[in-house]
Ligand binder design. Structure first.
Ligand code: DGL
Length: 274
């Protein structure tokens, strides 16, 4: 029998991906996960595509060097900006047998299942919106769908500062959501690792007619499904519940916010990416 020695890598620009990892571990607790947050260089949301690509390839090198067989790009900005290019060029050349999955496609598939009027909204970082990935991919899946994207650059800093329930945050959120409401969407994708923290407020502001797709549980469900369909990968995965956390920056802030996003305190090791 073949030895199960491989892990699942989860990469994010910072701690947002911990919220995705939390849901993944809830649904698939028996695997070995390696989490990498590039906190020294986050946020990615307002960086250029070239920079996000470069940082993402460094993260990929790190996680494959740490025995990952499969990587989840939990970061929407990296999934939208860099992932396609990495899958098309970097992976075939450097790691032809390895796989990387993003969070954008699972969220879009879910939105596609839920929409009735074919009008889907996306709330995301500036980088994700500028990449056009959400509308491009959705159009590929179903050309009848109309996508309306709204960049929300102030939400990540507000959430990280713990200010997302303030009056100011409520006003900012209202402002971001108003154009989407006017477009008569019936489904809204929360296209950023952090926005799950705003799910209740967003549901309230969008009203009952709009379905809100939050990524954590969707990504976890799609990963379970993927592993079931890809036994050649699943059969290599180490089956011992364990998570190793790495970050490019370690601070009191990381430990505090890490615990908020993951739901419990985490022990993290510092790494350099190059
Ligand atoms: N993780 C990023 C995302 O999901 C949000 C934080 C950032 O901008 O780096 O897009």
């Amino acid at each position: 029998m073949k030895q199960r020695t491989k892990s699942i890598g989860v990469f994010d620009s910072g701690f947002g991906g911990l919220a995705i990892l939390k849901e993944v571990v809830k649904q698939l607790p028996d695997y070995h996960y390696v989490y990498l947050g590039d906190n020294a260089r986050s946020p990615y949301g307002s960086r250029s595509m070239e920079t996000v690509y470069k940082f993402s390839t460094q993260a990929v090198d790190f996680l494959f060097a740490h025995d990952c067989e499969l990587i989840i790009f939990a970061c929407n900005t990296a999934s939208a900006d860099a992932l396609r290019r990495i899958q098309q060029t970097y992976l075939p050349k450097k790691y032809p047998s390895k796989r990387i999955l993003g969070v954008v496609v699972p969220a879009l598939e879910e939105a596609l299942e839920r929409t009735r009027n074919n009008r889907v909204g996306v709330l995301a970082t500036e980088g994700s919106v500028a990449s056009g990935a959400f509308s491009r991919e959705l159009h590929k899946m179903n050309s009848k769908i109309k996508t309306f994207q709204q960049p929300a650059p102030l939400l990540v800093p507000l959430i990280e500062a713990g200010e997302h329930r303030s009056r100011a945050a409520q006003l900012i959120l209202k402002n971001y959501l108003a154009p989407l409401l006017r477009k008569n969407i019936d489904t809204l994708i929360l296209g950023c690792t952090h926005y799950g923290h705003l799910e209740r407020q967003i549901k309230c502001l969008m009203g009952k007619r709009v379905q809100v797709v939050s990524e954590g549980s969707v990504v976890a469900r799609k990963l379970a499904d993927y592993l079931e369909r890809h036994q050649e990968i699943e059969s290599k995965l180490f089956r011992r519940p364990r998570i190793d956390f790495y970050s490019t920056d370690l601070s009191e802030r990381f430990q505090r916010l890490g615990a908020v996003f993951f739901g419990k305190p985490i022990r993290t090791q510092k790494v350099e990416l190059e």
